[in-house]
Design a protein around this ligand. Structure first.
Ligand code: SAH
Ligand code: SF4
Length: 348
């Protein structure tokens, strides 16, 4: 029986070094082990020949390595692929692989379900089940990487925009992002990992201080009245508080802040909204990602009118703010933004 329930795949390097020292090994053994596991994708301790034999025996007898497993895979007509990730307790999350000519992006989850309850989001209907462990967050990348390798090559970009609110699972999200970015582990680099939050204002400075990741904030509305209606979290932290927090992010980091804006037809896509969004973006120095609402049976909203959408974007661009229209991919397999959560069947 293992003497410990620590899953070594949950530990970023400093914690692993400290742990290895506590069980009588040296910090450099932790670095060797780390390299085998994360860079060479070797989990079999017997193959880690540069570790002392007695220590390998100790690792084999007393420690566990737990990774999630790959469940169902669905491929969309546009190549977007949804992977079901099965966790040890039998629950599942989803991640979405988006292969493109110039890069391959993976959208990963941070929690099973979500407690935030945004009115337009399919995941919200699942409710919240639990936080994901570090190994379960990084495991999505590992499983998707193995799947993508011979089809599309390396996954070079990760966005935490799947199920869940990452800043409600900050500790594990910070550690998981470190393993993803660390050149001694998966080596993605800081510019290639972005965390999206629905606006947990007090945790944003902590994320910025503790991790080098890029930040996306799901603003989705330009007045508090509007935002509270579609995102109940606005009652806790409103637009003014979010703006203030973003203004206090150090300048170099602010360059990598995005405001996400889901366009809901007839709700938040007017010219007045565009002008207010322009002001917010200018005050915070953020760029804007516009996302077409993806309709689904759990939400009573419409997709925006295309002409409106382009006019909206033009106002931002003319005002000097970088604004992009996020392509909506994988809708036919329920893999587009805000559509994850197949584990539970639609109520309709
Ligand atoms: N919970 C985090 C990250 C996951 S949601 C967050 O809310 O930021 C990722 C993005 O999808 C968010 O910007 C969210 O506003 C958007 N989204 C949710 N439901 C959507 C839908 N039905 N259509 C389009 N975008 C949606
Ligand atoms: Fe949760 Fe994000 Fe969906 Fe809101 S949009 S319910 S925060 S996953």
């Amino acid at each position: 029986m293992p003497q410990t329930t620590i899953n070594l795949l949950d530990l970023p390097l400093p914690a692993l070094e400290a742990y290895f020292v506590s069980i009588g090994a040296k910090p450099f053994h932790a670095r060797q082990w780390y390299k085998w596991v994360w860079q060479k994708d070797v989990l079999d301790v017997d193959q880690m020949t540069d570790l002392p034999k007695s220590f390998r025996e100790n690792l084999k007898e007393n420690h566990v390595l737990r990774e999630p497993t790959l469940g169902e895979v669905e491929e969309s007509q546009d190549g977007t692929t949804k992977l079901q990730i099965v966790l040890e307790d039998g629950q599942a999350v989803e991640c979405v692989l988006i292969p493109e000519r110039e890069r391959n992006t993976l959208c990963i989850s941070s929690q099973v379900g979500c407690a935030v309850g945004c009115r337009f989001c399919y995941t919200a209907g699942m409710g919240f089940s639990r936080n994901l462990a570090v190994s379960e967050i990084v495991g999505q990348y590992r499983l998707a990487s193995r799947y993508a390798a011979e089809r599309w090559g390396r996954i070079d970009n990760v966005v935490m925009m799947g199920m869940g609110e990452p800043l409600y699972n900050l500790e594990n999200v910070v550690d998981a992002c470190e393993i993803l970015m660390d050149t001694k582990a998966l080596g993605l680099g800081a510019r290639k990992v972005t965390v999206s939050t629905s606006g947990v204002a007090p945790k944003i400075p902590e994320l910025i201080a503790r991790s080098r990741v890029g930040l996306a904030v799901s603003l989705n509305a330009t007045t508090d009245e509007q935002r509270t209606k579609i995102m109940p979290i606005n009652r806790k932290w409103n637009i003014g508080q979010l703006v203030e927090v973003l203004q206090n992010i150090p300048k170099p980091r602010r360059k990598r802040v995005f405001l996400e804006y889901v366009m809901l037809g007839g709700v938040n896509d007017t010219l007045a909204d565009a002008k207010r969004l322009l002001k917010i973006a200018r005050r915070t120095g953020a760029k804007v990602n516009l996302i077409r609402f993806n309709p689904h049976p759990r939400a009573d909203f419409d997709a925006p009118d295309e002409e409106n959408l382009l006019r909206f974007q033009q106002i931002l661009v003319d005002g000097g703010v970088g604004a992009w229209l996020r392509k909506s991919r994988g809708r036919d397999i329920h893999a587009a933004c805000g559509m994850l959560g197949k584990a539970e069947k639609p109520k309709e």
